[in-house]
Design a protein around this ligand. Structure first.
Ligand code: ADP
Ligand code: MG
Length: 232
């Protein structure tokens, strides 16, 4: 195990209550992702991919094993400390952007930082910079209904970067997009992983985009195969 990895899961198990028994969503999963590494996570529906992301995001506490973020053992932390660490270190991007309908693209980002207790002025500057990074510099004043699906997902990505995360967790970011827009989103995530040196894990059903990432790991019945390096 490399304790300096941005994200490490060590023998992580997650059981959900299921009637009188339990269902094992993660079965002794171990995984290491370094800064600047982009990992694809594939596998059939119900195999535990979203459970792995939720556990890595510290949104769900594992039944057993460890989740280390930047070397910090999150299982030892109280709920309040976990929330603070999540805000500081983890960017989460789900399939649906979940933007607030009344706010402009820039405001979605500023609010995210405001919730972290940051100064408004600095947040505005950073929001403008990150909207540029995702190619929406000219769209900063638009509200969600004035943006395309791909543009909304870019706002979502920019928002996840506001906290300058160490780890970026992405669940099926292209599920609602056509092929061309999907590829553009994965290419953007590749560039962000490199430029911001984040450790990125992306769940995807599109194995076609795996070559844009560094490695692919497969989940089956809660078990994870070792990550196989991609051929570029
Ligand atoms: P995937 O993302 O690969 O489709 P999930 O992680 O969503 O898989 O689900 C893995 C297993 O855990 C499935 O059997 C699913 O039914 C179960 N599961 C997921 N979330 C919950 C939950 N909140 N409560 C109970 N069971 C759950
Ligand atoms: Mg899922």
């Amino acid at each position: 195990m490399n304790s300096t990895a941005a994200l490490s899961l060590v023998n992580t198990t997650l059981d959900y209550p299921d009637g009188a028994g339990t269902v094992t969503a993660l079965d002794n999963v171990s995984l290491c992702v370094e800064a600047g590494q982009f990992l694809s996570l594939v596998g059939p529906s119900g195999s535990g991919k979203s459970s792995l992301l939720a556990t890595a995001a510290t949104l769900v506490r594992p039944t057993g094993g460890l989740v280390l973020i930047d070397g910090t053992d999150t299982s030892a932390l109280a709920e309040k400390e976990r929330t603070a660490l999540r805000r500081e270190k983890i960017g989460i991007i789900f399939q649906q952007p979940n933007l607030l309908p009344a706010l402009t693209a820039a405001e979605q980002l500023v609010i995210a930082d405001h919730l972290r207790g940051r100064a408004l002025r600095a947040a505005r500057g950073k929001a403008a910079e990150l909207l540029d990074v995702v190619g929406l510099g000219a769209e900063a004043h638009k509200r969600p209904h004035q943006l395309s699906g791909g543009q909304r997902q870019r706002v979502n990505i920019a928002r996840a970067l506001m906290g300058r995360p160490t780890v970026l967790l992405v669940d099926e970011p292209t599920a609602a997009l056509d092929h061309e827009r999907s590829e553009a989103i994965v290419r953007l995530l590749r560039r962000i992983t490199d430029e911001f040196s984040v450790a990125t894990v992306m769940v995807t059903h599109d194995t076609e985009f795996v070559p844009l990432t560094d490695a692919v790991a497969t989940m089956r019945d809660g078990r994870l195969t070792a990550a196989i390096p991609s051929i570029h």
